[in-house]
Design a protein. Structure first.
Length: 319
């Protein structure tokens, strides 16, 4: 009979009270209190893994699982709570440190798509709703970029969790209605940029106006414009807003200009503002200052603000 012992760890399992475990050795990372708080708030017994322990001189040293220990202690409210431990009796300090340093070296992390589809198979409501919503627009969720395929799975989940179902619904509707499933229009930055506009302006943003004005720009031109303004989805949001205002040929802040761009909307006005990219702050300038300074740091764009007691709606509030 062949000997397979070299492929099987020489360990045994015990339940050990948390108070009898020693963590925070020099080679370990610091405990993340925020991670512990978040995990304890969403405690799931079936997500708890055995803690790896090296027993040296009668002391139980945790070399993998110190966060698990703290999560269980916080969730249970006691350090008397036992946890399952995988115990090694033949390790020294240096070997523990080496195992800790290389434990993730050959571990393949899950991709967002794989996590999403596992949640779908598990019947989790959030992912099922997102999947049904995407498919209602004749799109699909996948890993390979293609016409009508959304690969930005994390973005879909983030929009849903941050802004809600209806913002995600309208974001997809505007995207599909404007570019008809062009693969470049379904990027993370594009979807996030549209979601920012939808959340910021709400019903004041007219679907038909968006499709008509922004749709006059190709996705590639919009992307180039966005990258010139600022990194990420904020640049895309500004570029789309510029497309709407520029194509609407607005020259003044009078009521007629507002109606031409957005239809009939009372109490809205156009305000010329400047953005300082490096400082990520909004600098209000007088209307006579219409030219940029020629750099990429300061470029003007037009937004809407509410004439009343409420604060002005600005894109930066979502940054």
């Amino acid at each position: 009979m062949e000997d397979y012992s070299m492929f099987v760890p020489n360990v045994h399992f015990e339940q050990i009270p948390i108070k009898n475990l020693v963590s925070n050795q020099e080679y370990q990372r610091n405990i993340s209190e925020q991670h512990v708080l978040n995990a304890a708030a969403h405690f799931d017994l079936y997500q708890i893994n055995p803690v790896k322990v090296s027993r040296r001189n009668g002391v139980n040293y945790v070399f993998n699982g110190q966060h698990t220990v703290e999560i269980v202690a916080l969730a249970s409210g006691s350090r008397e709570t036992p946890v399952w431990c995988m115990i090694y009796d033949d390790l020294n300090y240096e070997h523990e440190a080496d195992i800790f340093a290389n434990q993730m070296k050959f571990v393949k992390p899950l991709r967002p798509y794989e996590v999403f589809m596992a949640n779908v198979e598990a019947g989790n409501q959030e992912q099922l709703m997102i999947k049904d919503l995407v498919e209602s627009y004749s799109l699909s969720i996948g890993q390979v970029r293609n016409y009508g395929v959304v690969c930005a799975v994390s973005t879909l989940e983030n929009i849903y969790e941050r802004f809600g179902y209806h913002v995600l619904d309208r974001t997809l509707r505007l995207c599909v209605g404007t570019w008809e499933g062009d693969m470049n229009s379904l990027s993370a930055n594009m979807l996030n940029g549209i979601a920012r506009l939808v959340y910021t302006f709400g019903d004041a943003l007219k679907d038909e106006t968006f499709k008509e004005k922004v749709g006059e720009m190709s996705v590639k031109l919009l992307s180039r414009t966005a990258k010139e303004r600022r990194p990420g989805s904020m640049g895309y949001a500004e570029a789309m807003l510029l497309a709407i205002t520029a194509n609407a040929n607005i020259r003044s802040n009078g009521p007629s200009s507002t109606r031409r761009m957005w239809g009939t909307m009372k109490d809205w006005t156009l305000i010329r503002i400047w953005t300082r990219m490096r400082a990520r702050t909004l600098l209000r300038e007088s209307p006579k200052n219409k030219q940029t300074d020629g750099s990429t740091r300061n470029r003007p764009f037009v937004i809407l603000s509410w004439k009343g007691k409420q604060d002005a709606y600005t894109l930066s509030r979502l940054g």
